[in-house]
Ligand binder design. Sequence first.
Ligand code: SAM
Length: 279
Amino acid sequence: MLSYRHLFHAGNFADVFKHALLTRLLVALAHKDKPYFYLDTHAGIGRYDLTHAWAQKVREYENGIGRLWDRKDIPAALAPYLDAVKAENPDHKLRFYPGSPRIARGLMRPGDRMVLTELNKTDFADLCKWMGREQQTVIQLLDGYQALKAYLPPKERRGLVLIDSSFDRAKEFARIATALKEAHERWATGTYAIWYPLMAHGAMVGFARDVEKTGIRKILRLEFSIMPENSPVIPGCGMLVVNPPWQFKDEAQPLLDWLWRALSVDGAGGVKVDWLVRE
Ligand SMILES: C[S@@+](CC[C@H](N)C(=O)[O-])C[C@H]1O[C@@H](n2cnc3c(N)ncnc32)[C@H](O)[C@@H]1O
């Protein structure tokens, strides 16, 4: 049963964290002329109307993109991300928030290729609406974990896989570790970005151990929390990046430090960037 709807959370601090890092990964891929491949296994609907009743219920975006929208001192590394949000709102009022597919689309070059998979039928229909028909984009109603089998390795031999699960099933952490191992066996040189919520300490230690056990090397761990640990919503989130681009770690640390200062609630939480597994 797929009960998760991202519209309730669109534009919140976790989206800001994820999408800011996503833009840096895609910008790095565009440094070389050769085309790249992008697979978004859990694509969502592509574009979110923040005036919709679901987004208005808790207004999570206010403590995310809402806090950045009017800032005039955005660091250069965040510009591609903010530009993607601005592109959805040409009248300069924050109403629409782009999901990962539209953010990626905005950064892709004519020869690059994108596959988007989404398992919720209603969300899939919206995704098709917001992404339209385009030769370089394939959109499928498909389990994202099946997509890893179906589309890897890509013919381009360079690119990025975003695994952005809604974590609405038990054992999702273990499932992701297994999926990553299998995907990496198919395509060892690709970059993989895996978003996750920060949960109880035991769950996080177990996830790290499961990922270490895959034997995959070169895994950067980025964690970002802005709420007190006893908060009713998740206090923070993280991303594992397998095969990060050159200098990504040095670029991500100051970017996340800046975001933390902009978004932290009463100075809670913090930023951690370290190698879960080195080269
Ligand atoms: C966190 S949201 C995705 C947000 C999107 N990546 C973004 O950043 O804009 C997770 C999405 O995954 C979908 N989903 C859940 N399980 C899935 C699965 N096994 N395969 C593909 N999509 C799935 C949900 O319906 C939901 O739309």
